[in-house]
Design a protein around this ligand. Structure first.
Ligand SMILES: [Zn+2]
Length: 358
């Protein structure tokens, strides 16, 4: 029997401020490029590309109002609809380069020192770009931002659960082709229910054989069986979300013993109704029991958040004490898809930069 998630301790009082968290050096491991644009940039691009009528509003205020409705919606639709607004604007080299550059700039501004950005190149080929052209535009934008803002970045290429295995394989091949030029991993994203990861086995075998790091969205909209598939059939090194892991006590034990990291995205999990609310999120239980939890945004725009904001909510709404918030930040660097030596340097830096808490 799985141990249910216990309520937060009574009388928990936050000891960190939002400014503390903004100052801390941070890593971001789970961030979708097509969900993390600036609103201003969406409007700019829509105007430039003559696609303004495809957006639900032609003003920042109007778009912000519609974004706020995501929080009140009881279905996933309001959240997912935003991809149908962003993706049509991300079909040119210039747009992709700009969005990647600005995303890294926004992360650097809140002292994210290492950023892994993920996206499915095939979703950006509707107007004639090849997947290689798409990927080069994204890498180009990130490299320019690395130079300008001193942030370190990496790209995770996503295969898509609801497409054929041949499409995932083509994206795994693309990821392998750019492995030494900024691509650090391969992922599987998209609706979990009815689209099991094991149907994409050839893509994962190819990716592993070509020495790519593997992360897979699993245990988010589906139970722990999906995490088992990701780990045992596809060879995942990290799990995206893993919110349902606690329901399978033996698997939880396995994940703790092997320190298999979870990329938790708290606000997104609340908005997509994977958890009832911040107080019910299993991340507090995971951290207390020794799971390698990392805290991430998923979609900066759609979730109206940042890495700092996610950590703030983890501390003040999920009632995670300061020492465990610090642990999660360190784990973000430790479980990045960077070369080992570079990871060690980051971990040493962050350990000395963030004070210890009782
Ligand atoms: Zn995601």
């Amino acid at each position: 029997m799985a141990t249910p998630i216990s309520p937060a301790p009574q009388g928990f009082l936050p000891t960190l401020t939002r400014d503390d968290l903004a100052r801390w050096p941070k890593a971001e491991l789970h961030c979708h490029l097509d969900g993390s644009l600036r609103l201003e940039t969406m409007l700019d691009l829509a105007r430039e590309q003559g696609k303004l009528s495809a957006l639900p509003s032609d003003s920042i205020d109007g778009l912000q109002d519609i974004l706020r409705q995501v929080d009140d919606s009881e279905t996933l639709e309001a959240y997912l609809r935003w991809f149908s607004y962003s993706l049509p604007l991300m079909q040119s080299r210039e747009a992709l380069r700009r969005i990647a550059y600005e995303l890294a700039e926004d992360n650097a501004k809140e002292n994210v020192r290492y950023l892994e950005v993920r996206y499915g190149p095939i979703l950006h080929t509707d107007e004639g770009l090849t997947m290689a052209e798409v990927n080069e535009a994204v890498l180009d934008g990130l490299k320019a931002a690395e130079k300008d803002f001193g942030i370190r970045t990496g790209v995770i290429v996503c295969g898509l659960r609801d497409r054929r295995e041949s499409a995932s394989l083509a994206q795994a091949e693309l990821a392998a082709q750019y492995r030494d030029q900024g691509v650090v991993g391969f992922d599987l994203a998209g609706g979990e229910r009815g689209n099991p990861a094991e149907l994409h086995g050839a893509a994962f075998y190819f990716a592993r054989k070509h020495l790519l790091n593997i992360t897979i969205h699993a245990g988010e909209a589906y139970g722990p069986e999906s995490i088992r598939q990701a780990l045992f059939k596809c060879g995942a090194h990290r799990i995206g979300h893993g919110t349902s892991l606690w329901q399978d006590e033996e698997l939880l034990r396995y994940v703790i013993d092997r320190q298999i990291p979870l990329e938790i995205c708290p606000t997104s999990n609340v908005q997509t109704h994977v958890v009832k609310g911040f107080k019910e999120h299993p991340l507090r239980k995971y951290l207390a029991e020794g799971v390698a939890v990392t805290i991430n945004t998923d979609n900066r725009l759609f979730s109206r958040t940042s890495v700092t904001e996610e950590l703030w909510r983890v501390h003040t709404e999920c009632d995670v004490p300061a020492n465990l918030v610090r642990d999660a930040v360190i784990l973000g660097f430790r479980h990045s898809f960077l070369p080992w030596e570079e990871k060690q340097d980051f971990v040493r830096m962050v350990r000395s930069a963030i004070p210890q808490y009782a």
